[in-house]
Design a protein around this ligand. Sequence first.
Ligand SMILES: [Fe+2]
Length: 278
Amino acid sequence: MAVFVQITDLHLRPPGILTLGRIDTDRFLVDAIDAINQRHSEIDAVIVTGDVTDLGEEDAYNRAAMLLARFGAPVIAIPGNHDSTATLRAAFAAFPGFADEPVPGKACHAHTVAGVTLIALDTSVDQIAENVHHGELGEAQLAWLDATLKTAGPTLIAMHHPPFESGIGFMDAIGLNDARAFAKVLARHENVLRIVCGHVHRTIVSEVSGVPVMAIPGVAHQVSMALDETVPMGLAMEPPAYGVHIVENGRAVSHIGYVERYGTPVLFENNEPVANDG
Ligand SMILES: [Fe+2]
């Protein structure tokens, strides 16, 4: 059995600076790491699916690297549309996967974790330099993915931009440009069990070439569920969350855990509530 914890969209600013002038993303990340460490004793790897920082500052990456080192398990990270790949790579040099660059200009990497292949794809373009937020894998990375899948066992793919349209217009406008080409590569293989993503700051489940795809909420702010004009586009302070993906006997099972606690657990015995000290 392999247990992967996923966190996403940390959006850190340098210590002491609130994200968007109002969100204490540092506190949110500390709370998430503490909650996960308290509840999950056996984690084979932690996956960080991008937007490690909000504006790509070096101090924010150094702070993220320091906090993420509190996990006892290896931390496998990829950039998102709010990241600077070069700055992330430098600050995360000691993290798995950043020593190699199998695709020039892309921070993708593959790992074997408890018998499962974890392929971390880089959908980011350099938004800090170009001020764009869509995602793109590119032909070279798709060729590397195709070759890597040929020899891989049961596989989990992690990427920032989801390879599907969410129905939330302002997020789909900055979606993955080459999702169709990605779907074609996936269709050539049968060993991908699950694709896990961030970017949309919500729990959204879809499918690509028969492979279940799951996007999870961020550890801080979320995106409003603006499926029609009755809900304004914007950010929403909905519950911070993380994912737990368990791979066993060739199947992946995915859970969402909430960082905050919502009251004392109510325990049951013989269909009756019983007192607890929780
Ligand atoms: Fe984000």
